[in-house]
Design a protein. Sequence first.
Length: 335
Amino acid sequence: MTDKINALVVGAGGFGEHHARILSYLDYQAQPDLPIIDTLAVSRTSLPSAEAMAETLSRDDRCTASRIVPVHIDSVIRLQRVLAELSPQFISICARDRQAGDTVHAAYASAALPYGAVLCEKPFSEATGDGRSLMACHALFNEANAARFGLELPMAVVVRNMLRRERLRNWFARAGQVQIVWTADIRRKNMLVDDLALHPWSLLHPMFEISVIRMENSQTRARIDLELKHRRSGRRIDGRITLKNRGSFRGIGIDDTTIVFENSASGVKLIRLAQPLEAAARIAHARTAGQAILQVENPLTQNILAVLRQRPVVGLRDTCASQLFLERLHGYFPP
């Protein structure tokens, strides 16, 4: 008999709304191994907003949760109360505090992990350049459910699919140089690196050990020069990540091969272009002229299902590695 569980989405506004919808529409006939969600709680800092979301999700014909309830969470203390009352076995952490920013992820994860599996939006915590955020990350290893913690990195799902294709694996294995250009609309001041850097990092991390050489950063553009060491061969090559505010181009250049990543409702499509990476990034229509080489189903859905199955795509060890990368970008170098 399939287990029934309770689930909680902390911060169901913004991107957290996608977590709530996916959890409320789970298809148990197609995936009979999944635990069935009995009660799904959705939290907002405003209880009326949470009530409106719970009602909208409950009325949808696709809803498979037995019931959806609104809760009010705006602090660790309120989260602890909800956890004690609901005893959820799955918790999505998507909140962003006005004062603490994404650092609240670490505090919420610490409170939630004793109850069950946790999927945390990136980053695990905001980096300050002194390594303090790593202490909170490493502390989770002491929890009984440490193996059930996952970080929601969509490109980690994408690169996992890429490495299943021999041709794509060979491009990485034979690379002499790797460059990534990643753009998005960043509204928060001075948050370009914190909001974007983990996407290209997660594309590189499975194949390479990554050393930060230097970074030039402004509110609109960051250039990160890297040394990449092949995990298998030990060969060292040059790498570069360019982050830009404003735009939607996201691509990787592996020597003379350019691949762009296009998001859609169904997932992420990988398209190979004839242009070099930098040239393609300047041409708005470039992606229409390429060859589709891979379609990856919705990475968020895959991350949620993986944690529900207690096999997170990005576990705690890689979460700590991602946090160390952010700390290094802010000037921290471990002794």
